[in-house]
Design a protein around this ligand. Sequence first.
Ligand SMILES: [Zn+2]
Length: 127
Amino acid sequence: MSQEDWKKKLTPEQFNVCRLGGTESPFSGKFNKHYEEGTYLCAACGQELFPSNTKFDSGSGWPSFSDVLNSKNVTLKDDFAYNMHRVEALCSNCGSHLGHVFEDGPAPTGKRWCINSVSLDFKPKTL
Ligand SMILES: [Zn+2]
């Protein structure tokens, strides 16, 4: 998919975050305080990314997860923007920007996946 194709498929906010690496305003995202059981998917392509039981409230204003569903589903990339070294998380299937990974998360992983709500979709658990 070209950037033009993505522009047609995604909302302007999704395009800015997923394809241009932008960041939504903290506490603005629809999944920040969302704690239903299910699976979080890539908003752009639908690949499964995070199980709801790894989600926690980090107080950062963005949805935070301590682990991924499958490490193959996420690509990590060094990001040196703003003179900081951060680790960027991208969907391994479509390359969409998801957020960043920090090393100050809860045990046992110690990871904090700080993810934009607009990069995510949610599939409720089916009984
Ligand atoms: Zn994707």
